[in-house]
Design a protein around this ligand. Structure first.
Ligand code: SAM
Length: 242
């Protein structure tokens, strides 16, 4: 997969690409990330990429010309998804990241100031994504969040590929609790079942814990699931269902 990032401050993203899973997937040629500075497509001698808003008001707007020129250059085959990171977009979820991981070419457009000229959104952008209901000062961090979420679910990205698919949200459930050695720490013991070596019981325990945790912290996720009678019994015993 190739990801082109168009930003005013691409240097925010660069260091994170040199660490951990993102570094590994690039070294393994599963992912290529190219960072581009929008100013490279500015046409005037001041390299300006923003201008005052028509109608007045505070804040600057990213001009359409450099963005159209950049996308034309980066998407010459016209096969890429052009994604604008914006708080007004569809929420980025695990499902969105997994489906985007199957694409071959993404162009991520990072806004700044008040955002981009609306004609960019009307004509160029194919998908708008938000990383949450809050406003960042620029789209670079949002683009990095998206790249990271995609990078780790690329086939073969993780040593144990399965492990990405049992993380939170993969089955509309939050992940179950995890423990490592020592078996007792500060008077707190690891649940007995985990040291029993009984795999079936361990799986049952993990599922029940994931279910209870989701009911407690993200009941909205459970609405999307068809709970079995056994599930409801687990929740009732934990005082999480009536
Ligand atoms: C200050 S924000 C502009 C906010 C815009 N005026 C609005 O209210 O929708 C500047 C840029 O940061 C990025 N951004 C801010 N919050 C974001 C979020 N929650 N998700 C994705 N991108 C975000 C977008 O690229 C946006 O163009």
């Amino acid at each position: 997969m190739k990801i082109d990032v168009l930003a005013l401050f691409p240097e925010i993203i660069a260091p994170a690409l040199e660490t951990g899973i993102l570094k590994r997937v690039q070294e393994a040629d599963k992912l290529t990330v190219n960072l581009h500075n929008l100013r490279d497509w500015a046409t005037d001698k001041h390299k300006s990429v923003d201008d005052y808003p028509y109608g007045g008001g505070a804040g600057m707007i990213l001009k359409p010309e450099p963005i159209f020129a950049a996308v034309a250059a980066l998407n010459s085959e016209e096969t890429a998804h052009i994604i604008y990171l914006t708080p007004q977009g569809t929420p980025l979820t695990q499902g969105v990241a997994e489906s985007l991981s199957l694409e071959t070419h993404l162009v991520l457009l990072c806004g700044r100031y008040k955002g981009v000229d609306e004609r960019v959104r009307d004509r160029l952008v194919t998908t708008e994504l938000s990383i949450g209901d809050y406003v960042l000062s620029g789209g670079e961090i949002a683009a990095l969040v998206l790249i990271d979420a995609i990078g780790r679910v690329l086939p073969g990205a993780l040593g144990d590929y399965e492990s990405a698919h049992v993380d939170s949200f993969s089955q509309e459930l939050l992940d179950h609790p995890h423990y490592t050695r020592p078996a007792e720490f500060g008077g707190m013991r690891v649940p007995e079942v985990l040291v029993s070596g009984h795999h079936e019981n361990i799986e049952k325990w993990r599922y029940a814990e994931a279910l209870k945790r989701t009911a407690k912290h993200r009941p909205d996720l459970l609405q999307k699931l068809e709970l079995s009678e056994e599930d409801i019994a687990i929740l009732k015993t934990a005082g999480l269902a009536e």
